[in-house]
Unconditional design. Structure first.
Length: 194
């Protein structure tokens, strides 16, 4: 078992849906399980959906702030009559992101990936790009800690929040599997495995 403390200045975990120019892109209340799995894969320098083992996670503390940030994004629309139907229309628009600030996660991983994650923390694994969590340009800090601290708000089976546990990749592959969860103290956390 390896217990990770993951800290970031901000995080945004976009709820899928069309967002018009100037509109708010809402966030899930916590990084979804699919995002945590992708983070672990990125940290280990491994390809998408290659994770082996199991993990559970939660907030080390609730986000200490919430706000909005405006971001310029490139968007694609459906092809229109008279245009190159393979590309569609490309444009730039500004959207507002619902942002959580001062975030801190506890992630506990069991299985064959424990050593990969320790090797990553020791700088023994080569990976590309910046390590971040969700739609954020903020770097994350990751530390191995001996045990989860008291008072973690675990992601547990429940009915309060619907979160994606598996997602497609790319704009044309949107198959998503959802389950419902609560975020609570003192309950057995949900174990996600692959």
């Amino acid at each position: 078992m390896i217990t990770l403390l993951v800290e970031a200045v901000s995080g945004h975990y976009r709820i899928p849906g069309k967002v018009g120019s100037g509109e708010l892109a809402p966030t899930y209340p916590i990084a979804p399980p699919s995002t945590i799995q992708g983070f672990l894969e990125s940290m280990a320098g491994c390809p998408w959906q290659s994770f082996k083992g199991s993990f559970f996670y939660g907030w080390e503390h609730l986000p200490r702030g919430r706000g909005r940030a405006t971001r310029r994004v490139t968007v694609w629309s459906s092809p229109n009559k008279g245009r190159d139907k393979s590309l569609g229309d490309q444009g730039v628009r500004c959207i507002n992101l619902d942002i959580l600030y001062d975030i801190s996660y506890i992630i506990v991983v069991n299985g064959e990936w424990e050593q990969k994650l320790r090797d990553s923390l020791a700088g023994k694994i080569s990976r590309t790009g910046i390590l971040y969590l969700g739609e954020s340009s903020d770097l994350v800090n990751v530390f191995e800690i001996p045990n989860p601290p008291e008072g973690v708000l675990w992601v547990t089976p429940g009915a309060s929040h619907t979160l994606p546990v598996k997602t497609g990749r790319g704009y044309d592959n949107i198959s998503v599997a959802y389950r419902s969860f609560d975020i609570r103290r003192d309950l057995a956390p949900n174990v996600f495995s692959a």
